[in-house]
Ligand binder design. Structure first.
Ligand SMILES: *Cc1c(COP(=O)(O)O)cnc(C)c1O
Length: 494
């Protein structure tokens, strides 16, 4: 395997080992780690096509994590993708209404974040061991709802770690909130903030960038790391399932090996779709990457105008995990289309910070041809949930529905009939009020929790054990803080 090193998109760090990049999470200059050279698939698709999820995960991830031994990486994979997923397929593809849903929500917290966060703790621990780090690792995470719970679940009771999660107090669904505030584990801390997701994410980024504070933590034998999708340890595991989806479609004879397929991803922080882009660069035959946004359509505007502008009203929608105005991982794409020019990337990111917007050059714009940006309003999203359910009996969550709506719109506009997979990022059980409300107005008088039962009656699909009786579990976390007090809270905990 060709050795891969990482560097910062802003030029401040290079020749960094995969382990070091995972441990650090974010580069010291505020940039994100990217492979110095994108690994190319070292096997034929034919060779990979019959692998089960675990084998494929090992095979794809070894291209990126080249300083992990085979035993180390296999152990990480096997510990992550086991019976905590409710199907041995881990991420099944189902065909409905002529399109393919890649169900990424079969893990313990019912959202696609489990795909990466069930393995990240093992990657981190292995990396720390390789680097002889004996400090306690403190995972600091901002969440728009799903990352937090998946990270808590992944890190709970993992020796040598603590996990601190900040979530927007009024910006997540009732079920998401309850999932987090009932989290067990003696190393878990959950704090609501008075602000939105961007506030939480900015607060966390600031703590990471605070040299003084980090020095103090180091003296007290702690080191910070991130479970957000800026960590390549999150990104790399997500590359796997695009290959897996492709091979499932080949197996079902929907496509032949070598044919291209399109991918639609409901997008927030641009992590999931970036993983699909990386898969394409490795050699997976992906055609278009369709980036689906909700009403917070910064990315739609970006792809259509070349201008990124975060200064706009933040809209709380029925797809809260996509309610984001600063898509952190876009920086990795910017870096790529800037011809890997770290100065240019740094300049644009600083402009964003100071001015609230930036515009890419025409040359950069021309390199965006792999992408298509679309968005769906809340009304369209709800309509599509109902329509698909009535047609097929298949119920999708609000995030997946944004992608489905954008896909429908894409086909009617472009007539592109390439076989397409939609990343289905959450179980409808996680967003019962919106999903059931889309089906019938009569459900609007019930609570999120009552609707879990109603959804079960309607779909006859078992209630996932991650949320069964969730309203009866004791609330273990009830701390709320102001957005400017996040550092203080972290200090108090440690
Ligand atoms: C996090 C999340 C998204 C957005 O994914 P990104 O990688 O941040 O673009 C979409 N849907 C659901 C359900 C999520 O939890």
């Amino acid at each position: 395997m060709k050795q891969i090193k990482y560097k910062s998109t802003r030029g401040g760090q290079k020749n960094i080992s995969p382990s070091q990049a995972i441990i650090q999470g974010i580069a010291s200059d505020g940039g994100l780690f990217v492979p110095e050279e994108m690994p190319k698939l070292e096997y034929s698709l034919e060779k990979l096509k019959d692998m089960n999820y675990q084998k494929l995960a090992y095979t794809i991830m070894q291209h990126f994590l080249t300083d992990f031994t085979e035993d180390e990486l296999r152990e990480c994979v096997n510990k992550a993708y086991d019976t905590k997923f409710d199907t041995p397929k881990i991420a099944p593809v189902v065909k409905k209404d002529g399109v393919y849903f890649l169900e990424l929500f079969h893990g313990p917290t019912l959202a696609f974040k489990d795909m990466a966060l069930s393995i990240l703790p093992y990657l981190l621990k292995t990396a720390a061991k390789k680097l002889n780090i004996e400090k306690e690792i403190v995972i600091l995470t901002a969440t728009s709802g799903d990352t937090g719970k998946a990270a808590l679940e992944g890190f709970a009771n993992v020796e040598g770690t603590k996990i601190i999660v900040f979530f927007p107090q009024d910006g997540v669904s009732e079920i998401q909130k309850r999932q987090m505030t009932t989290q067990t584990g003696n190393n878990t801390y959950v704090i609501g903030i008075e602000g939105n997701f961007d506030d939480a994410q900015n607060g966390v980024k600031e703590i990471f960038g605070d040299k003084e504070f980090n020095k103090k933590l180091n003296e007290n034998n702690y080191m910070l790391s991130s479970a957000n999708s800026i960590n390549i340890g999150r990104l790399v595991p997500q590359v796997v399932y695009y290959f897996y989806a492709y091979f499932q479609m080949v197996k079902e004879k929907e496509i032949s090996l070598g044919d291209i397929f399109n991918v639609v991803v409901p997008t927030g922080n641009f992590g999931n779709i970036l993983a699909a882009y990386y898969a394409k660069q490795m050699g997976l035959p992906v055609g278009k990457l369709i980036c689906a946004s909700n009403d917070n359509k910064v990315l739609y505007d970006f792809f259509n105008t070349g201008k990124y502008d975060k200064d706009r009203e933040f809209i709380l929608t029925i797809s809260p995990s996509m309610d984001i105005l600063i898509s952190s991982n876009l920086e990795r794409l910017i870096f790529k289309i800037a011809g890997e020019d770290t100065n240019k990337t740094k300049e644009l990111m600083e402009t964003l910070k100071v001015k609230g917007n930036y515009e890419i050059t025409n040359e950069m714009k021309e390199r965006l041809g792999d992408f298509y940006g679309g968005f769906a309003t809340q009304e369209e999203t709800l309509k599509r949930i109902k329509e698909l359910f009535e047609k097929t009996g298949y119920l999708i969550d609000t995030h997946t529905a944004v992608a489905y709506a954008v896909y429908k719109d894409y086909v009617s506009k472009t007539k592109d009939m390439t076989k397409t997979v939609i990343a289905s990022t959450a179980s409808p059980y996680k967003f019962t009020t919106s999903v059931m409300g889309a089906i019938d107005k009569k459900y609007k008088d019930y609570s999120d929790f009552e609707l879990i039962e109603k959804m079960n009656e309607l779909t006859k699909k078992d209630i996932p054990k991650g949320i069964k009786d969730i309203d009866k579990r004791p609330i273990l976390h009830n701390k709320v803080c102001k957005k400017n007090d996040m550092k203080k809270v972290v200090e108090e905990i440690l």
